[in-house]
Design a protein around this ligand. Structure first.
Ligand SMILES: C[S@@+](CC[C@H](N)C(=O)[O-])C[C@H]1O[C@@H](n2cnc3c(N)ncnc32)[C@H](O)[C@@H]1O
Length: 247
């Protein structure tokens, strides 16, 4: 009884049960599931990653993400880069580096407390965004990707060591999704000089009321760099921001 009411409501809302979709090819079911079931927000998120990777097409350098967690954005970048690079004569495909403790967030600072606690994520605490059950799948996937590499550790230890040991690395895209003041500051301080002219920084929480630390770190770091970048909204997800480093 309840099942049939739910079905009726779902059908009215435009959902077609997969069993009734013309399954000309069962292998397409993942895509069909995604098309029908993914929310607009999920569609927008994927479109945002596409928009960003598309925007670095002519910018030399690799991709570095700070804040990987279970790998939603990292794996999206890997897949989209693979699609866009296909058929091109790129001698050296871009590398993608993913930095994370894989133990969740470190201690929060005073800059990280949202004025309205209701608007900050319940994960905003030491150890938040830790998904140990997802790491084996991510680690296995990355180990089979020749151009991807995970850099495990706390940024305060790992980031400076990585760039010291890899003086050749230039970046076309930096993705900052580490939520916190100290983490964002460390990343900006160690990566800005490595970002190529016209390179992008995608911020996940810039101007987000629930994660004020990222915005404070951004403001402090760029205070003495006026005119060195331009700030933009993402078309597919206007609440998200990215900057382009001027030449
Ligand atoms: C919101 S999650 C990242 C979400 C991910 N980009 C996605 O698409 O699902 C934030 C991540 O930043 C990492 N993180 C934040 N500060 C860090 C630090 N100082 N050192 C290492 N990892 C850090 C946490 O471990 C956590 O996995």
């Amino acid at each position: 009884m309840i099942k049939s009411i739910v079905k009726k409501v779902a059908r009215k809302a435009g959902f077609v049960p997969l069993s009734e979709v013309n399954m000309w090819d069962r292998r397409k079911s993942n895509l069909l599931n995604f098309q029908y079931k993914a929310t607009d927000k999920e569609w927008r998120q994927l479109m945002m990653y596409f928009e960003i990777i598309n925007a670095i097409e002519d910018v030399p350098g690799d991709v570095a993400e700070f804040g990987v967690a279970a790998g939603i954005s990292l794996v999206s970048f890997i897949r989209i880069l693979r699609v866009l690079d296909r058929g091109k004569t790129r001698d050296e495909p871009r590398k993608i580096y993913g930095f994370d403790s894989f133990e969740g967030l470190p201690e929060l600072s005073s800059h990280d407390s949202a004025t309205d606690q209701l608007r900050s994520s319940p994960e905003m605490k030491r150890g938040g965004y830790n998904y140990p059950e997802s790491y084996p799948v991510l680690f296995r996937y990355i180990s089979s990707e020749p151009n991807a590499e995970l850099v495990k550790g706390w940024f305060e230890d790992s980031v400076s060591v990585f760039f010291k040991n890899n003086p050749h690395v230039a970046l076309a895209l930096i993705h900052i999704d580490c939520d916190l003041y100290e983490s964002t500051k460390i990343v900006l301080e160690h990566t800005w000089d490595r970002l190529s002219p016209n390179g992008l920084i995608l911020f996940d929480e810039l101007h987000h009321p629930g994660f004020p630390g990222e915005t404070v770190a951004f403001r402090e770091f760029f205070k003495d760099k006026p005119g060195q970048y331009t700030l933009h909204n993402i078309k597919s997800l206007p609440a998200k921001r990215f900057l382009i480093k001027k030449q």
